[in-house]
Each structure stands twice: as C-alpha cells, then as structure tokens.
Write a protein that binds this ligand. Structure first.
Ligand code: ZN
Length: 232
C-alpha cells in the first residue's frame, strides 16, 4: 500500500540534507534576519568584541534568574555577550539537589572566575504565583498533580506554608530569593571558593539577592549580600 509522498516523518526531515524547514516559518526567518543585522551592527560598533570572545570568556557576573521572557538579564543589565554567566529556570531557584545548578556554580566560581553571584526574582513570577495558590505538600500525600513542574516548585510551596501571617505573592517572591541566596552560600562550590580565597587563591566572590520589577524595568537590592567569611 502506497503512502502519500507529501507526508514526511519528522526524523526524515531532520536527515534530508538541504531541506529548508525555515521556509515554512516566517517567524523563524525573521529571527535569522534579525541575527544577521545584529551581528553586522555589533561588528561595526565594537569591531574587536566577537573576535575576542571567540578566544574565551571572563564574565564577572553569575546571574541566577527566572526563565520568564520578560526578564532577559543581558538586556535589562545592558550587557554585551561575554559579560554575564547565566542560570535561568522556573522561579530563579538554586536547589541543593540540582546538579545542573550546582555544577554551573562550581564552574562559574572556579575556572570562569566570576566575582558576584546575583540571585534575582521578579514581580509577577508565574512559578511563585502558582506555588502561592497550592496547598501544603506535607498534607497532600496522594497529590495527583505530580509533574516535573510541580516537583520543581515544591520548595516554594513549602516555603509559602512556612511563612507566618499573611503571605502575599510579592513577599513569597522575596523570600524565595532569600532561600536562593542561602542555598548558594551553603553550597559546596561556594564554600570551596571562599576556602580558596582564604588561602589567597582565586577571587573573593560575593552573593546578592535582587528583585526586578517588570512594570518599571527597575532592579532592587534586597540588602542580603554575603561575602567571604572574613567580611561576615
Ligand atoms: Zn518567574
């Protein structure tokens, strides 16, 4: 029995050389065109930048932020490529059990040599809004909403229920940043980094907690910065 020739399996599309899938998606063609224009402009504005970056990176900042499209760190910080090392996930979390986050921190404060780690939350954070509305996981033994997303935001749900008195979403967003800062400070990567700095090797890294307000476009420092032990 003959199959229609117009139908192509996804795998076959991937393997067919020269097949222009982009032709079907004007939205993606627009991205390619925008990239072409951007590359030309940055070359004109800073002729050495991309060439220099092709040889390596030495960013001074590690940004731990939310995946939210409205908080693009390099844009709101007005930074060029090469200036910000980044971890972004749902609700800007740094979890002790997350190898991706811990491995990235180890690399950032080690070989990469960042000097500041910034955990940044933001107004209207979807992860915190959802977590704010969920029941206490301690009392939901047979919760049917066990998905990767629900598992990932569970620490925020637990945090919400650990806070005394009325807890607004804004308050939860701030408290979640504080937890992130505490978890970074307590991490093996950070402890090792400070131990190295104490022996006069490597940088004296600081950890900070900020919140970004989407409506005003402004960042706010929560005043919870932690430096190497001799500064505490
Ligand atoms: Zn968010």
């Amino acid at each position: 029995m003959a199959h229609s020739h117009s139908h192509t399996e996804p795998q076959a599309q991937l393997q067919r050389p020269g097949h222009q899938v982009l032709d079907q998606f004007p939205q993606l063609q627009e991205l390619m065109a925008a990239n072409e224009k951007w590359a030309g402009e940055i070359k004109a504005r800073e002729p050495e930048l991309l060439e220099t970056l092709s040889k390596g990176q030495a960013p001074k900042i590690l940004w731990i932020g939310c995946a939210d499209s409205r908080v693009p760190e390099s844009v709101i910080l007005a930074r060029n490529p090469g200036e910000v090392f980044v971890l972004r996930n749902v609700a800007n979390q740094f979890r002790p059990d997350d190898d991706s986050a811990n491995g990235l921190l180890e690399y950032a404060v080690g070989p990469v040599g960042v000097e500041h780690v910034i955990v940044c939350g933001h107004s209207g954070c979807g992860g915190c809004v959802v977590a704010h509305g969920l029941p206490n996981p301690k009392f939901e033994e047979n919760d049917t909403s066990d998905t990767p997303l629900m598992r990932f935001i569970e620490p925020i749900v637990t945090l919400r229920h650990s806070l005394e008195g009325t807890c607004t979403v804004d308050k939860l967003i701030e408290e979640n940043v504080k937890v992130g800062v505490r978890n970074v400070v307590a991490s093996e990567a950070m402890r090792n980094s400070w131990a190295r700095a104490g022996r006069g090797e490597g940088k004296k890294v600081w950890v900070h907690g900020w919140v970004y307000d989407i409506k005003s476009g402004r960042l706010r420092d929560l005043g919870i910065s932690v430096g190497p032990p001799e500064h505490e």
